[in-house]
Design a protein. Structure first.
Length: 547
């Protein structure tokens, strides 16, 4: 893993003897599916532990039972493993520490450092004020320790309704940092918890729980995104006040991608309103969506390495991610032929009823990957835009009177163009050179154009899903109004293509380069009668139509 400012800090900590091992943690809340931004954090948290021979904990921040679901737990673990990381025996939950957290809260009350407050959220905002003006002290701030202990015990016993009281840390109502103006550290929630059942009806707030979890687990370097920088004084205050082991929190810039929303709340909105098929819709920036689209973990990790770890917020072009996907797939994806906009071609000189097979390489640059056989017959399909009735300059594909190479098959020449009553081209007639089997001219003549094809007799119909950017705006999160107003109406086009017959047996997740078109992945919706392929990414634009 490449170095960054966090690794420079770790190098210094190890050299000085401040730490003898490195312990990091990845702390997702199980309230949604992970996205590419989380992938960056996963690569940093787990990659850092691997680099220094330490360990990374997978720890669920399950402090809000009303927003969490066990469905997300399995998905998170699958995503982390898919990216190539494992937590071993280091799987933890915030709820593992609820008893200890309660004890810490009681200790703060006994020290006069926490109190029970009966102000609503909105009312407290009025008291808290704004950074450049002092806040007002809530009436409950001066309750006695005994009264606060009694009220907190009643909160725990379920004697009050949700929202009736919260426990606040007693810090400084005049602090320029609003997060230090008596933040809530416990709230009432009468909700069953997936791990603790109905044992608790009060739950710790994230800012209170997170630092305690890091301390209990012996984390050495707590890595967070920049929005938590203003929370760090509270992180430190809690641990210092309780005289607990104190990790250091380090912040880095989160990932922002063009044409993408990076908010679980907004992504959930898209799912609930059925504006996408689900969390794993290949247009989504979720890790499961990228996996279904055909992205590889190697490409995602390479992308995360290239963008690096900095403290500067920026907007990264999604084309960089696509570049890494394309680069990886170019190396590993077997080549196949598919026609997405079919135009029928009849080779009039080829015997009717005859067919044969051609042996084509699975990967032209990797002979070790072997070959496959592709059937050929008198009638084939080619791409409609591989023919031009009145060819423009430097158009080296098929046109009346021109000769082209059918990939790995024969040289053919267009002799007739068949049109319907409306003047639309519906069929081409060609002759072939029977001595050019394999696509090579026997007399050595130069043929500039090479096009792909599929046998009309043997080809299989397939549903092909062409995915594009989910949003029309480069930065939908920054636009005025509803972000959904910027959804791309053309983000998905479903067409019927013709694929070479061997593709019909592809397993979900299998990846291919459809020659001269792009990279595609077999979708889980695939059945024997209906193969389905998702477009992962196109070929490099300059090479998208090799003449």
């Amino acid at each position: 893993m490449s170095s960054n400012f966090i690794h420079d800090i770790i190098d210094a900590d190890l050299a000085s003897g401040k730490h003898s091992e490195v312990v990091t943690r990845f702390p997702p809340e199980p309230n949604g599916y992970l996205h590419i931004g989380h992938a960056k954090a996963i690569c940093l948290d787990f990659g850092t532990a691997l680099k220094y021979g330490g360990r990374c904990h997978l720890r669920y921040d399950d402090t809000n039972p009303t927003a969490e679901d066990t469905e997300y737990v399995g998905a998170i673990e699958e995503d982390v493993r898919w990216l190539g990381f494992d937590w071993g025996k280091n799987l933890f939950w915030a709820s593992d520490y609820f008893d200890r957290m309660y004890e810490c809260a009681v200790e703060l009350i006994q020290m006069g450092k926490a109190y029970v407050c009966d102000l609503s959220v909105d009312a407290f905002k009025e008291y808290r004020g704004v950074p450049h003006l002092p806040g007002k002290e809530p009436a409950g701030r001066n309750r006695s320790i005994e009264e606060n202990l009694e009220l907190f015990e009643k909160m725990k016993a379920g004697e009050f309704a949700d929202g009736a009281y919260v426990l606040r840390a007693k810090i400084d109502m005049n602090s320029p940092n609003l997060h230090m103006r008596d933040p809530a550290i416990y709230r009432i929630k009468h909700a069953s918890h997936h791990n603790t059942g109905d044992k608790w009806c009060i739950y710790p707030m994230y800012d209170f729980a997170h630092c305690l979890e890091d301390s209990i687990e012996g984390v050495t370097h707590s890595l967070c995104t920049l929005e938590f920088e203003v929370h760090r004084p509270l992180y430190d205050w809690i641990l210092e006040t309780l005289s607990l082991y104190q990790p250091h929190q380090y912040e880095f810039a989160r990932l922002n991608l063009t044409y993408t929303i990076m908010s679980k709340r907004k992504l959930l909105e898209l799912v609930k309103e059925k504006l996408v098929s689900n969390w794993d819709d290949p247009r989504m920036p979720t890790i499961c969506g990228m996996r279904r689209r055909g992205y590889t973990p190697e490409a995602v990790r390479a992308f995360c390495t290239e963008i690096g770890i900095t403290k500067t917020e920026s907007l990264t072009d999604v084309a960089l991610l696509e570049h890494h996907v394309r680069t990886d797939l170019n190396e590993i994806a077997p080549r196949r032929m598919a026609v997405l906009d079919p135009l029928k071609v009849v080779i009039t000189t080829y015997p009717e009823g005859q067919s044969e097979e051609f042996e084509l390489p699975n990967h032209p640059q990797k002979p070790e990957t072997g070959t496959r056989t592709v059937p050929f017959a008198r009638e084939i399909f080619i791409e409609r835009d591989d023919f031009m009735e009145e060819p423009v300059k430097k158009f080296f594909r098929l046109a009346p009177g021109t000769e082209v190479r059918l990939r790995g098959a024969y040289l053919v020449t267009c002799t007739d163009v068949i049109k319907d009553a409306n003047g639309n081209i519906v069929e081409l007639h060609c002759t072939h050179d029977p001595d050019s089997r394999g696509g090579n001219a026997p007399d050595g003549r130069k043929v500039k154009g090479t096009i792909h094809w599929v046998s009309a007799q043997h080809g299989i119909k397939a549903e092909v899903r062409l995915y594009d950017r989910l949003f029309t705006s480069e930065n939908p999160a920054a636009e005025e109004g509803d972000f959904k107003d910027y959804l791309n109406p053309d983000s998905l086009k479903v067409i019927t293509g013709i694929i070479e017959p061997g593709l019909a047996s592809a397993n979900p997740g299998d990846k291919f380069q459809f020659e001269r078109i792009g990279y595609f992945c077999a979708d889980p919706d695939t059945t024997e009668s209906k193969p389905v392929f998702n477009r992962t990414v196109g070929l490099r634009e300059a090479a998208s139509k090799q003449a």
